[in-house]
Each structure stands twice: as structure tokens, then as C-alpha cells.
Design a protein around this ligand. Structure first.
Ligand code: FPP
Length: 253
């Protein structure tokens, strides 16, 4: 069995979570702690994004979903919204080549119709350029919230029922999932939230029904490869029962 040794922990490379979702929290508090403004916190947060994407590729994670901007984040002070949008635009505009080089495919989940047309063009361009990559699938949750996504799904389902494209009796969990922004993406195995808060903040509510949750006190700009490995190590020590008993999982009965 192949193992990755990191600090004092051994990660089993045969049991890497296939899909990891992340809530990157703590940029503002990190900045305050270091006598900086929130903008600098977000800028520093981008360095962590790079490091974690790199670590995810190295270790063989297939899907990485990161919460870059929630629908509720639109309610932040306008200067901060602009700063975040400029930061995200710059990254998307300049990182396409880097994503291609690293065989990463970009996908977006969220209501990007709220973003400027130029931004949408840049995003769509990057999605197209990376569409053939078959390494890590990087899902960027941008102007995303889970309740928005669920309402959108319901709207489309109702429409399809009205147009006789879907029969009410055929609606089941799989059909419902296929109407979500994460269509064709398996549910996350592990959700990591940094920054010390223990909440979900309207993120992937449907998809995390059986996801393992990991809360770290480390602020996102300080969250590095070792912290990421620690979360995976912790995940690998858990028994996922999906409502069954432990004996059933261990094939005893
Ligand atoms: C939460 O910290 C962080 C955000 C709302 C934004 C994070 C976005 C980035 C780091 C840019 C990433 C961009 C791409 C394209 C991947 P907070 O501001 O809520 O921190 P606080 O709780 O300490 O105030």
C-alpha cells in the first residue's frame, strides 16, 4: 500500500477522498491579526488556494470544490465586493495557461448572470480552454448558494413536468441531483472549513448529506499543504456508515 509521509502522519493513497469541498474562511481575521486590511487577507488567501490545488493534484483528488463567493457575500460593503471580484477576475484571466499545464479542468457553479459580461466571457473562455483536461476537476462556487441552486432545480423540474419532458412519478434523488449545478459530479466525501466557525453557510446542502465534515481553527491564509493532509488523515480514520451499522460496513453480517 502506497503511503504519503507528511510530518508524523501517514496518508493512505489508496483511500484519498475523491471529492473534497472547501469553505475558505478567516481571510479578514487573519489580516486583522497581522495589522493588515481585509484586501490583503484575500490576496494572501489566493496563495493558499494555489497551494491546496497543487496538493490536491499531487495526492490524486479528482474533484475539488472551493467556495470563492457566496450569494450572501454580495451583501458585503461594495468596496470589498469589488476587491474580491477584481481578484477573482484577475486569477481566472491569468490562470488559464497554468490550469492547462497542470491538466486541471475548471467548472463553475453559481449564478454568474449577476457578474459583469466581461467577467462571464473570461470565465466561459477559461472553461472552454480547460474542457479537455482530464486531471483534477476544479469547481469554483461563485455567486453560489445552495438554496438558490435548489430553487433553480425545482423551477426546471416544474417546467419539464409542464412540458411533458418529465413524469412526476419518475422524480427521485438521482433525477433531482441531475437538475443541480453539480450534475454528474459525485457528492463530496470530505468538507473542510477553515477559520474556526462550525457552520455550513448555505454550501452544497443537498450534496453533503453523507459528507464527512472537518473544521479547522486555522485561518485560510495560513492553511497549507500540511493542514490539508491532516484533514485527509483525519478523514481516513473515520468509518463512513451511510446509515448502516458498523458490523455491516466491516462485512461481519
Ligand atoms: C472568507 O473569508 C473568504 C472569502 C469570502 C473569499 C475568499 C476568496 C478568495 C481567497 C479568492 C479565491 C479566488 C479564486 C478564483 C479561487 P472572510 O472574509 O469571511 O474572513 P473573516 O471571516 O475572517 O472575515
Amino acid at each position: 500500500m502506497l503511503k504519503i509521509k507528511s510530518n508524523k502522519i501517514l496518508i493512505d493513497t489508496m483511500r484519498i477522498p475523491k471529492h473534497i469541498a472547501i469553505i475558505m474562511d478567516g481571510n479578514g481575521r487573519w489580516a486583522k491579526k497581522n495589522g493588515m486590511n481585509r484586501h490583503q487577507g484575500h490576496k494572501e488567501g489566493v496563495i493558499s488556494v494555489h497551494e491546496i490545488i497543487k496538493a490536491a493534484c499531487e495526492i490524486g483528488v479528482k474533484y475539488l470544490t472551493i467556495y470563492a463567493f457566496s450569494i450572501e457575500n454580495w451583501n458585503r460593503p461594495v468596496e470589498e465586493v469589488n476587491i474580491l471580484m477584481n481578484l477573482i477576475t484577475t486569477i481566472i484571466k491569468h490562470e488559464a495557461d497554468e490550469l492547462i499545464k497542470n491538466n486541471i479542468r475548471l467548472q463553475i457553479i453559481g449564478d454568474i448572470s449577476r457578474l459583469s459580461q466581461t467577467f462571464q466571457n473570461n470565465v466561459n473562455d477559461c472553461i472552454k480552454k480547460t474542457a479537455k483536461n482530464n486531471g483534477l476537476i476544479l469547481l469554483l462556487a461563485l455567486s453560489y448558494s445552495s438554496r438558490w441552486e435548489i430553487i433553480e432545480a425545482v423551477r426546471h423540474i416544474v417546467n419539464d413536468v409542464k412540458n411533458n419532458q418529465l413524469n412526476v412519478k419518475d422524480i427521485n434523488e438521482n433525477v433531482f441531483s441531475s437538475y443541480l449545478a453539480t450534475k454528474n459530479i459525485p457528492d463530496p466525501d470530505l468538507l473542510i472549513r477553515t477559520g474556526g466557525e462550525c457552520r455550513i453557510s448555505n454550501y452544497l446542502l443537498w450534496q453533503i448529506a453523507y459528507t464527512e465534515l472537518y473544521f479547522s481553527n486555522v485561518y485560510w491564509p495560513e492553511f497549507g499543504k500540511e493542514n490539508f493532509y491532516e484533514a485527509i488523515y483525519n478523514f481516513q480514520r473515520r468509518e463512513r456508515r451511510f446509515g448502516k451499522t458498523s458490523d455491516q460496513i466491516q462485512n461481519k453480517h
